[in-house]
Unconditional design. Structure first.
Length: 277
């Protein structure tokens, strides 16, 4: 590559080289703020997800249950192969949803200590229902840097609810068990964003049905002697600080209600039991 020449991705795939690109000052983004950007949700496609339903407007050719979906790039990734992410920040929220029989959709999000959380009553499906008829979904949120194979590091958000809350606890417990030693030899817990994890999907089932869930495995600790890893660490740390400062705006993933409700697909065995009854 010639001096001052830069490489950019065109249409997410083609590699375009042009020396003029690097000389542009604002690039047309001078008034773009964090409120103008959409952070993609990274979630698992289930059998009822619209991206796998051929007659749905959101249908994505080639998508199938168990794949990992990026809601902004509209790309699906092999769930068995998985994706690499650097977790940057964790929080927990109670998300209010309107029941689908009433139109469905995201309503609001609340902190765990919000008084509204204590006003719910469980229904016969195990949902925590508010006095207004909507329900709250206990949701773990992981803000991550997603290491895209062709587009480089991308910011994203992974949410876990229902059966996946135990995966959230396991991930946090594993991360907090990783320690290092400072210059004085004193042990400290490594930053969440110091480690790369591999996220794959696995089939799961219970007496309620079957679905795909997350499997999370540690890959490696970032090597700060490596320029690329050092840059990833800086990006992840800055992302974490922006979230904590309230500078990151998360827009609701209104197409994810199948996933957030923990709805599962009945297994043949369960269908048979229903027929007998």
């Amino acid at each position: 590559m010639a001096k001052n020449e830069v490489s950019v991705k065109d249409d997410n795939t083609a590699l375009v080289k042009h020396t003029k690109f690097s000389k542009v000052k604002s690039g047309g983004f001078s008034e773009v703020t964090t409120e103008d950007l959409a952070i993609p949700f990274i979630r698992i496609l289930q059998a009822l997800s619209p991206q796998v339903q051929t007659r749905e407007p959101q249908y994505l050719e080639g998508a199938s249950a168990g794949m990992i979906f990026n809601t902004v790039l509209k790309q699906a990734y092999d769930g068995e192969k998985g994706i690499d992410v650097i977790p940057c920040h964790y929080n927990r929220r109670f998300v209010e949803w309107q029941p689908r029989e009433q139109g469905g959709g995201y309503i609001n999000s609340y902190l765990p200590d919000d008084p509204i959380v204590s006003t719910t009553q469980p229904d016969d499906k195990g949902n925590d229902v508010l006095p207004n008829g909507n329900y709250l979904s206990n949701t773990s949120q992981f803000f991550v840097v997603f290491l895209h194979e062709t587009m480089g590091a991308q910011k994203g958000l992974i949410t876990m609810t229902s059966s996946q809350l135990k995966k959230s606890k396991q991930w946090l417990s594993q991360a907090q068990s990783l320690t290092g030693k400072d210059a004085n030899g004193d042990a400290f817990i490594l930053p969440f964003f110091s480690t790369v994890y591999k996220l794959t999907t696995v089939p799961e089932k219970s007496d309620k049905g079957s679905w795909f869930g997350w499997e999370i495995n540690r890959v490696r600790t970032l090597d700060l002697e490596d320029k690329q890893d050092d840059a990833l660490f800086d990006m992840a740390e800055n992302f974490c600080e922006s979230i904590q400062a309230g500078e990151v705006q998360v827009k609701a993933d209104t197409t994810a209600q199948y996933e957030t409700t923990g709805e599962v697909i009945p297994t043949p065995e369960l269908d048979a039991k229903k027929d007998v009854m």
